[in-house]
Design a protein around this ligand. Structure first.
Ligand SMILES: [Zn+2]
Length: 412
């Protein structure tokens, strides 16, 4: 008997998140996000753009972390357009890339008004299958094919497109609600039809233009599972992503775990909410975007009670007014903020202050030579991030100096 289908998470913070207007991450910050996602049990990180030249060193360095077993078991997957040119460029720049998503538009709107006669419905499928075959030949181990604007694509054509992808060796089809126009009702129906017809794992990539992003994501996952197929929800930390954002990572997990009617669906058992507080705070700091006070799970008010009846009820029994426990999300520990003297490590630090910083985080160097080498990297890391480094970044640089060096390297 075939195993029960599951719901997995593919986080796209390092792709959709960073391509968002006005916000960005440094390559070190992207690396930290990959490390945290791995620790959180997320199945896959869409870690960047293999055809974008300034991503090259970062992508290769992160694949080295995979080889070293540091970024394991998470899969790192690159996003490219579904063209043979992009596939070739990707493998040239990042030869060890093993996982890819190939993207092309499938709606009449985009085929007619974006491709403007360059491609029609038949040639969209041809481009995609040729790119897919080329990626397989070049050594890709898993490939997702993205139907951009799937929610506005004629169902019949979407099924034809996905079937062609499957027959050419695609492992997943990504249903993109690119404009965020689906509702839980429509996405459920459409993904059920798609999965029943094509019988392949479905990725659900939703946007929040109508405020429905998590609802749509779990409705889509439910539809794929109901059709007997695995589902892969695309998420972003703190709901970052183009325009109104993608599905918030933590909200999506909470909705699957605690939403009524979702208990019979199996979330990837490796997913661990314990890191929620840490990953959310880190992403907020790295993006420079505050966590809203009312953010599910990690907002300042997520477990705060003030009104008489609520406060009294929560004190009597947390289940009166709390759906899940703050401890599960890694909250509850007091955070210590230094209010006296503090030495920080920056672009212009010297060795004495630098040693003090590392002693505080309990990292020792074997000799002066090693300390000087790490200091130099920490200076560069500060130039690179343009904000004070967090302890985990300082530790990462000390643990993996050679990889850190590659991550900061960029030459146009
Ligand atoms: Zn998107």
């Amino acid at each position: 008997m075939k195993a029960k289908p599951k719901i997995y998470l593919i986080d796209v913070t390092n792709r959709d998140g960073v391509q968002t207007s006005r916000i960005c991450l440094s390559k070190l910050e992207k690396t930290m996000i990959n490390l945290y996602l791995n620790e959180m049990g997320v199945f896959q990180s869409e870690f960047g753009f293999p055809v974008t030249r300034h991503e090259k060193e970062y992508l290769n360095a992160n694949l080295e972390l995979v080889e070293k077993g540091v970024l394991s078991p998470i899969r790192l997957e690159g996003w490219i357009r579904a063209t043979r040119d992009d596939v070739r460029t990707a493998f040239k720049a990042v030869p060890k890339i093993k996982h890819l998503n190939l993207s092309i538009s499938t709606s009449d709107q985009m085929i007619i008004h974006k491709f403007k006669g360059k491609l029609d419905h038949a040639s969209v499928i041809k481009e995609m299958t040729e790119a897919l075959k080329e990626a397989k030949e070049k050594g890709a181990e898993s490939i997702g094919v993205n139907a951009e604007d799937a929610s506005r694509t004629r169902m019949e054509y979407l099924i034809e497109f996905a079937t062609a992808a499957k027959n050419s060796g695609a492992d997943r089809i990504r249903y993109c609600d690119t404009l965020g126009c689906d509702t839980p009702f429509t996405i459920y129906e459409r993904i059920k039809l798609l999965a029943e017809a094509v019988k392949m794992p479905v990725e659900i990539h939703c946007h929040n233009d109508l405020g429905l992003v998590v609802a749509n994501s779990i409705a889509g996952a439910k539809a794929a599972n109901d059709a007997g197929c695995d589902a892969y929800i695309n998420t972003c930390i703190n709901g970052m992503g183009e325009r109104a954002g993608n599905a918030d990572l933590i909200s999506a997990i909470l909705a699957i775990k605690y939403g009524h009617g979702m208990q019979e669906y199996q979330l990837d058992e490796r997913v661990n909410l314990k890191l929620s507080w840490k990953i959310s705070k880190y992403a907020s700091y790295a993006f420079g975007v505050p966590i809203p006070i009312n953010q599910p799970g990690v907002g300042a008010n997520a477990f705060a009670h003030e009104s008489g009846i609520h406060a009294d009820g929560a004190l009597k029994d947390r289940r009166n007014y709390e759906l899940y426990d703050y401890e599960e999300l890694g909250r509850g520990e007091p955070e210590i903020v230094e209010t006296g003297r503090k030495i920080t490590a920056g672009e212009y630090s010297g060795i004495k202050g630098f040693r003090n910083v590392y002693e505080r985080i309990e990292v020792a160097f074997k000799d002066d030579e090693e300390a000087t080498k790490i200091l130099e990297l920490v200076r560069y890391a500060n130039v690179h991030n343009q904000k004070p480094l967090v302890d985990d970044e300082l530790k990462f640089i000390a643990q993996h100096p050679d990889i850190a060096k590659k991550i900061f390297t960029m030459s146009p």
